[in-house]
Design a protein around this ligand. Structure first.
Ligand code: NAG
Ligand code: NAG
Length: 487
C-alpha cells in the first residue's frame, strides 16, 4: 500500500479570496456571551472573525498573486488543480462532488496512517474508491510546472509532501496513459534521457521510495507505485534533466517514466514527490537547496501561490515566522512529523491533555485537505465551536463533517478564531479561509474532522494551511509558519 495522493477541495471555488474584516461595522451578536467578563466589541474582534459570505462567491477569472514571482530562492507558481489558473480542467464537465472529494481525502488519510502502522489495520479501515480514468477527481490539489528533458518540455505535476517518488506519464504509453493538458513526455525525443538498469544499486532504492519492489524488463528497472485512492503508475525508472527555471537545472534526476497510469490525477502529467526519502526531489537536490523549501497555498482557487526551493532571501529569518521542531519517526520515515500540543477556540485554550496529542503523533501534509484530530481533541474543539456559534442554525452534517450551519438568512457571520499550538511554543492561528468549508452558498461546515481512534496518526491538512508561508527546513529540523505568505 503506498502513498496516496488525492484529496482536493471543490470548496475553494467558493472563495473569492478577499475576506473582508468588517471590524466594528458588523454586528457581533452575543457569540461570546458565555464569557461574561468580555463584552466589548474590540475585545471580541480578537476572538472572532467576521465573515462576509457574499465575498466568498466563486471567481471564474484567474487573479495571479504578485508573489508568484517573488524572489525567495527559486520559485514556482502554484495553482489549484481545478481553479481558473490551472487550465487543466477547462473542458472538463465532470467536476467531482463534495462527497466524492471527502471520500478521496479519507482514503488518503487511511493510506498515510497505514504506512505508519501495520497492514492489518489498513485493510480493516481501507476506503475503497474506484479510480475513474479521465475524470478530474482527487489526487492532490496543487500543481507546479517544471521542464523535463533536452530540449525541455513542460509538465504540470501535483506536488505532494506525503509521498516521495516523482513520475510522469511517458510515451509510448505501452499500456495506458490518461488524457493530460500538455503533450505526454517522450523520452525518445530527449537527448538526455537514460534508463536505469536492473543491476544498478539505484534500482533497489525504489523499494523505500515507492513501497513496492522494483521489477525488471529487458534489463531496464521497472517501478510501480499505487496510492490509496486507486491511482497507480508503473513504468521505466529513468534519469533525465529536470529544469525548474533556466538556471536551476538538475542533470540525472531520477524519476518514473510511466507506461501504465490511471487514477485521480486530473489532467496533470504526474506527481512531484516532496517527502524525505532519498529518492524524493528534496533529497536529490539537497546539494543545491540544502533540503529547504516552502510553499504558500492561496485562499482561493482563483489566486496563485508558490513553491520555492532554497533559503534564498530572508523570509525564513523574518520575525513573523515561527518555527516548531520537525520530528522523525522510524516507522514513517518519509513523513514530516510535527508536535501538536493544544488547540484554542475563540481565544480560549481547550483543556485537552497533551498525552492525547503525543499518543496520536501528527504529520503535516500538503495533499490531505481536512485536518484529522484524535477524537478526544476533536470533540472538545467541536463542542466549544458549537457553543460559540450557537446563534446560528445548525444543519445536517455531510461525510466527515458533523458541524454544519445554514447561513441562508445571513450576509455576514461571526466565526470564532481557531489556533493550533505546536512544540516550541508556536501558536498557529488558522486563516479565516481555513475554518469553514463552504458546502454550498448557504451551508458551511467546520473544516476539521476526527480520526476513528485516539491512537490514529493526526494529519495537519492543507485547508488549514491556506495563506501561510509553510517552511520546511528539513536539514535544520524545523518547520516554520509565516502569516500572509501568498501576499
Ligand atoms: C457524488 O459522488 C459519489 C461518489 O462518486 C456518488 O456515489 C454520488 O452519487 C454523487 N452524488 C451526487 C449528488 O452526484
Ligand atoms: C528504456 O527501456 C525500455 C525497456 O527496455 C526500452 O523499450 C526503451 O527503448 C529504453 N529507452 C532508452 C532511451 O534506452
Amino acid at each position: 500500500m503506498a502513498t496516496q495522493i488525492l484529496s482536493v477541495n471543490i470548496l475553494r471555488f467558493f472563495h473569492s479570496g478577499s475576506f473582508i474584516f468588517l471590524c466594528l461595522l458588523c454586528s457581533l451578536k452575543a457569540v461570546y456571551a458565555y464569557e461574561e467578563i468580555e463584552t466589548t466589541k474590540s475585545y471580541q474582534l480578537h476572538r472572532s472573525h467576521v465573515l462576509q459570505l457574499s465575498s466568498l462567491l466563486p471567481s471564474s477569472v484567474c487573479n495571479p498573486s504578485p508573489k508568484g514571482t517573488h524572489n525567495k530562492g527559486t520559485s514556482l507558481k502554484v495553482v489549484h488543480k481545478r481553479g481558473p489558473c490551472s487550465q487543466l480542467t477547462q473542458h472538463n464537465t465532470n467536476a467531482p462532488n463534495l462527497t466524492h472529494i471527502l471520500l478521496l481525502d479519507q482514503a488518503r488519510v487511511n493510506s498515510l496512517q497505514s504506512r505508519l502502522s501495520n497492514s492489518v489495520q489498513y485493510i480493516s479501515k481501507a476506503t475503497t474508491v474506484p479510480a475513474k480514468s479521465g475524470i478530474s477527481v482527487g489526487t492532490g490539489d496543487y500543481i507546479v510546472t517544471v521542464g523535463l528533458g533536452t530540449p525541455a518540455k513542460q509538465v504540470s505535476l501535483i506536488f505532494d509532501t506525503g509521498s516521495d517518488f516523482t513520475w510522469t506519464q511517458c510515451q509510448p504509453c505501452a499500456a495506458y496513459c490518461q488524457k493530460q493538458k500538455e503533450p505526454i513526455f517522450d523520452p525518445s525525443k530527449s537527448k538526455s534521457y537514460t534508463n536505469i538498469t536492473c543491476s544498478s544499486a539505484l534500482c533497489s532504492q525504489l523499494r523505500s521510495a515507492t513501497s513496492t519492489s522494483p521489477g525488471c524488463s529487458s534489463s531496464t528497472c521497472v517501478y510501480g507505485i499505487s496510492y490509496g485512492d486507486g491511482t497507480y503508475s508503473t513504468g521505466f525508472f529513468g534519469k533525465e534533466k529536470l529544469s525548474l527555471t533556466s538556471t536551476d537545472v538538475f542533470n540525472g534526476f531520477l524519476f518514473g517514466c510511466g507506461q501504465n497510469n490511471r487514477g485521480n490525477f486530473a489532467q496533470s502529467a504526474g506527481l512531484f514527490g516532496l517527502g524525505r526519502d532519498p529518492l524524493s526531489f528534496v533529497s536529490q537536490t539537497a546539494q543545491k537547496y540544502g533540503k529547504y523549501f516552502s510553499y504558500c497555498l492561496p485562499s482561493s482557487s482563483s489566486l496563485t501561490g508558490f513553491l520555492s526551493f532554497g533559503k534564498g532571501g530572508t523570509a525564513g529569518d523574518s520575525k513573523s515566522v515561527k518555527f516548531t521542531p520537525l520530528l522523525t519517526n522510524s516507522k514513517g520515515a518519509s513523513f514530516y512529523f510535527i508536535n501538536m500540543v493544544g488547540i484554542s477556540v475563540g481565544g480560549q485554550k481547550l483543556s485537552i491533555p497533551t498525552s492525547v496529542f503525543s499518543k496520536a503523533r501528527n504529520i503535516i501534509d500538503s495533499g490531505t485537505v481536512i485536518t484529522r484530530l484524535p477524537p478526544t481533541a476533536y470533540d472538545s474543539l467541536k463542542s466549544n465551536f458549537r457553543r460559540m456559534m450557537s446563534d446560528y442554525p445548525m444543519t445536517d452534517g455531510i461525510s466527515i463533517f458533523d458541524t454544519c450551519y445554514d447561513f441562508s438568512d445571513y450576509d455576514t457571520v461571526s466565526v470564532p478564531k481557531i489556533s493550533f499550538y505546536f512544540g516550541g511554543g508556536v501558536e498557529f492561528e488558522v486563516d479565516l479561509s481555513g475554518i469553514l468549508y463552504p458546502v454550498s452558498t448557504s451551508k458551511w461546515c467546520l473544516a476539521v474532522a476526527a480520526n476513528d481512534d485516539d491512537t490514529d496518526m493526526a494529519v495537519f491538512g492543507n485547508f488549514q494551511q491556506l495563506t501561510y508561508d509553510v517552511i520546511y527546513d528539513v536539514a535544520g529540523g524545523r518547520l516554520g509558519f509565516g502569516p500572509g505568505g501568498c501576499d
